[in-house]
Write a protein that binds this ligand. Structure first.
Ligand SMILES: [Zn+2]
Length: 512
């Protein structure tokens, strides 16, 4: 007998519990996670930082060591004088005192102009610092990215600025100065290691073979995986699954993926996830994305997944005829899946299909700046659009979710009405049941994918409204339903017309 499978979208449940778990932590080291990657490819730098550090806003260029300690960041423009010149800059408006730092880490990057590295560092630190040289090319096992033979760009200079309560690493590369302002002294936990991880990305030059991306990303491209000690290895032969903390990791252009099944599997996942990313980006067409590499954890067995999630305070429902295939966790900004889901749940439930669904949630969350205003039907409808796709010749090709749609079509034929009225969905942000996944897919298809160029244009306007903090149901009505409301005379008539058109659309037009 076929299991009734649920693809659980955990972010909803976890949002509700946010206040109770402001600081999700693994109970012991058994399920510890590795460092995350901050990568600003546009401005040409990257660094790594502990997993628990929290981005207050995806587009804010800041980190907190613990979630929620800084409150809501608002901004204002301020004019400061740097070396006799007036400069307008955006500064955090909530400060504890005039020179206090709002955040534990502020990330900056700007064209250097005439200013010295020290002057730019002082500007971002908001106080004058004591400066010394920082040897960017220092030989050190922790700095393989800074070795010329490993492709590090030439001509990088760096300075370290210190004061009583903050320190700055400022790095000049090309015409730009980038760096980090960190609260506390240089001997504060992790500060030195974060500075040491700071990496300037090579600039691809036309006609010259210079590989782009971070050093770790280039290792992936040449078929290398990192082991638990941070050493590279080229997978050979067969591997057995290992304990989570003994597992492997890779860094691709947009992902940092860790897993315990085998390094060979990680290389496959890396190629697959990059293809997925491209499929999402083709729909969203973002002019830029936040500087975060998507964090993915791929466990081996269901029991590993359940134990790992449990250690991080995430309850997983398994048994009673249903399993959880994976989830995206907004409060940890990470994706959790496991290899065994396909064996337990069948062909529609492989780790690849679950990843395509869950990573759609993650893409939306990151692109929309962690918006809490996304109605479930849109978020899940998009996830279903991607979940059935296949990896072919290095690309991700979306496919028709046949089973979900055929079930819906047979219900519509019997009842001639939707499972729930459009009204019910518009403002709903909680759980939906298994059958409704087909319905929300049909709704999204009706408005976005089946609506030609206009559907896509509206979708762009819509997700950018979410990114700007607008309430999702209001943005939807404003952007998608405006014409229909005008034509039908009022909102109620438009919603009735939508339901009627939906029924016809699902019965006649929705085909694989
Ligand atoms: Zn989902």
């Amino acid at each position: 007998m076929r299991l009734a499978i649920l693809l659980i979208f955990a972010s909803l449940a976890l949002h509700a519990g946010d206040s109770a778990q402001d600081k999700p932590q693994a109970k012991d080291g058994t399920w510890a996670m590795r460092w995350r990657v901050w990568c600003d490819a546009e401005n040409g730098f990257a660094f790594r930082h502990p997993y628990e550090w929290w981005m207050p806003g995806m587009y804010d260029n800041a980190l907190d060591r613990q979630r929620g300690q800084g409150g809501t960041l608002t901004k204002k423009e301020e004019t400061v004088v740097i070396e006799g010149k007036k400069v307008t800059m955006i500064v955090p408006a909530r400060r504890r005192s005039e020179n206090d730092l709002d955040r534990d880490v502020l990330v900056f990057s700007e064209m250097s102009g005439e200013a010295t590295i020290d002057a730019l560092g002082d500007k971002h630190a908001k106080i004058p610092l004591r400066w010394e040289d920082f040897d960017y090319y220092r030989k050190d096992p922790t700095r393989p990215h800074a070795e010329a033979k490993a492709g590090a760009p030439e001509g990088v200079t760096a300075r370290l600025g210190v004061a009583e309560d903050r320190c700055v690493l400022a790095v000049r590369h090309g015409g730009r100065t980038s760096g980090l302002v960190m609260a506390g002294k240089t001997d504060r936990e992790h500060t030195k290691a974060v500075f040491d991880s700071f990496e300037i990305l090579p600039i691809p030059v036309k006609g010259k073979k210079i590989a782009a991306g971070t050093w770790r990303e280039r290792q992936f491209r040449s078929g290398m995986v990192f082991n638990a000690d941070g050493k590279t290895l080229a997978p050979k032969g067969k591997y057995k699954p290992v304990r989570w903390t003994d597992g492997w990791e890779i860094e691709t252009e947009h992902f940092h993926i860790s897993g315990q099944t085998s390094p060979t599997r990680l290389l496959q996942h890396g190629a697959y996830y990059e293809a997925l990313y491209k499929a999402y980006a083709d729909v969203y067409e973002p002019e830029r994305m936040p500087p975060v590499k998507f964090e993915v954890h791929i466990f081996d067995l269901a029991k590993d997944f359940v134990a790992g999630a449990g250690a991080w305070g995430i309850p997983v429902s398994m048994g009673g005829g249903s399993i959880t295939g994976g989830f995206f966790v907004p409060s940890l900004l990470s994706l959790w899946v496991y290899e065994e889901s396909g064996q337990l749940g069948g062909d529609d439930f492989t780790v690849e299909h679950v990843s395509a669904h869950e990573c759609s949630h993650m893409f939306l969350h990151v692109a929309c700046n962690g918006s809490n205003h996304v109605p479930t039907w849109i978020n899940e409808g998009l996830a279903v659009y991607f979940e059935s796709g296949k990896f072919k010749n290095g690309s991700f090709v979306t496919a028709f979710p046949r089973e979900r749609v055929e079930r819906l079509q047979s219900i519509y034929s019997d009842t001639n009405r939707m499972l729930m009225k459009p009204d019910w969905y518009l403002d709903h942000k909680g759980h939906i049941d298994a059958l409704q996944y087909g319905e929300v897919y049909a709704m999204v298809h009706f408005w976005v994918f089946g609506a030609g160029k206009e559907g896509k244009t509206r979708f762009h306007t819509f997700w950018k409204a979410l990114r700007g903090g607008e309430e999702g149901n209001l943005a939807f009505e404003r952007i998608f339903m405006e014409t229909m409301i005008k034509t039908k005379g009022n909102r109620e008539a438009a919603i009735r017309a939508w339901e009627a058109e939906m029924l016809t659309y699902v019965k006649k037009k929705l085909k694989g």
